[in-house]
Design a protein around this ligand. Structure first.
Ligand code: 5GP
Ligand code: ZN
Length: 119
């Protein structure tokens, strides 16, 4: 992947991002267009297209993404009031960047789980 993938380029330091946490295998950085007072993206440094391929291909790495997301939630003071962890996946899931990323959202009540009810 590498140069074709936006988040691989952020991991490589080729595109700037506001990094809030880094581990040997994961990177957490602020979303460029935040949808909540706290909106951080957590990615594995290795390229997987989505959470399905990551979860099946490397469950241990998926766990490291979760551990980093939990540490970010703690650092950002979200553990008391709660937060939302989201993996948009594929077309129906509204995924726009095809390098798996967890959205850590919080800092205010986030409203219903989905923007609208599905018939
Ligand atoms: P998705 O829709 O794929 O689940 O989420 C992609 C997210 O990446 C969006 O929330 C969008 O604002 C964020 N994003 C897109 N381009 C950039 C970028 O260049 N830098 C950062 N930090 N976030 C980005
Ligand atoms: Zn990538």
């Amino acid at each position: 992947m590498g140069s074709d993938c936006l988040f691989c380029r952020i991991v490589a330091g080729e595109i700037p991002a506001t990094v809030v946490r880094e581990t040997p295998t994961t990177l957490a950085f602020r979303d460029i267009d935040p949808k909540a007072p706290v909106h951080v993206l957590v990615v594995p440094k290795e390229h997987y297209a989505d959470v399905a391929t990551l979860g099946q291909g490397d469950p241990a790495l998926a766990g490291e993404v979760l551990a980093t997301a939990a540490a970010v939630a703690e650092d950002e003071g979200l553990l008391g009031d709660g937060f939302r962890l989201m993996f948009n996946t594929g077309a129906y899931g509204g995924q726009e960047v095809f390098h798996v990323h967890a959205h850590v959202l919080g800092g205010a009540p986030l409203g219903p789980m989905l923007a609208r009810n599905l018939g």
